[in-house]
Design a protein around this ligand. Structure first.
Ligand SMILES: [Zn+2]
Ligand SMILES: [Zn+2]
Length: 261
């Protein structure tokens, strides 16, 4: 029983519809999904609608750092209203991406701070996207007191020093298909070392398909491969890691603890 803590299920990526994608995931033992609604107001609305319609889906909404420069007052108000929906369990993904720099860095920082303020107001955790900003992301989380709500460092791809800082700030570490990549040694080290009560798995579908499915469009059914690698690195079993990461996901999102864990 696996929980994909970060998937994008947009119609552009999955024209067959989210229900078909979820059916395939169910067949692979994935039973709960956090659907990330970013990229546009339509995506955010679709994620919330899906979560309202299905008990096995929860939603997150936010402004991806790529889109930070598109934020205006009207959009911010719409997203804040959506984020109040009880099926929205977190604000995100938000953060900093200084690798692609699709939005100016100062704008990204400003939008990130506003997202933390929203999460604090709503008392909901944050889902953090961070790339090539290993000093700036924790600095902003600390300065804006994100610790009060905590959350998830999604698609963890940093080193142990970053992980230690994130844990200190009250964040969970979510591992994606990157964990299955042979050359991701720093991420392997963190996965082996991280506290058992702070590890999660995700697909970040439709991106980053895990080994042995690299090159395919990634979908939630594939999260099993990442969980298996995590089990491997922690000298554990897939069954144990599935129960552990699912219980952790329920805790961070404030959902009822799954039975049998
Ligand atoms: Zn991301
Ligand atoms: Zn994402």
């Amino acid at each position: 029983m696996l929980f994909d803590t970060h998937c994008h299920l947009d119609a552009e990526s999955f024209p067959e519809g989210a229900d078909a994608v979820i059916s395939r995931a169910n067949a692979a033992g994935v039973v709960t999904f956090a659907c990330v609604g970013v990229g546009s107001l339509e995506h955010a609305r679709a994620a919330v609608a899906l979560a309202e319609r299905r008990a096995d889906v929860v939603a997150t909404v936010g402004v991806h750092p790529h889109d930070a420069s598109q934020l205006n007052e009207a959009l911010e108000a719409e997203l804040a209203a959506l984020a109040e929906n009880p099926r929205v369990v977190a604000v995100g993904e938000v953060g900093l991406d200084f690798h692609y720099d699709h939005s100016p860095r100062e704008t990204q920082k400003d939008v990130f701070r506003r997202a933390i303020a929203l999460a604090r107001r709503l008392k909901k955790p944050l889902v953090i996207h961070t790339r090539s900003a290993p000093a700036e992301t924790p600095a902003i989380l600390a300065a804006e007191e994100a610790r009060d709500v905590g959350g998830i460092i999604h698609c963890f791809s940093e080193d142990r020093a970053f992980a230690a800082r994130a844990l200190e700030l009250g964040f969970y570490l979510s591992f994606s298909g990157i964990l299955t990549f042979k050359n991701a040694t720093a991420v392997h080290e963190v996965a082996a070392w991280a506290p058992a009560d702070r590890v999660l798995v995700e697909t970040d579908s439709p991106y980053l398909a895990p080994v042995p499915l690299r090159g395919k469009k990634c979908e939630p059914a594939f999260v099993k491969h990442t969980a298996a690698r995590l089990a491997d690195l922690r000298a554990s079993t897939l069954e144990h890691i599935a129960a552990l990461t699912t219980a952790n996901a329920a805790r961070v999102f404030g959902l009822p603890t799954p039975s049998g864990t």
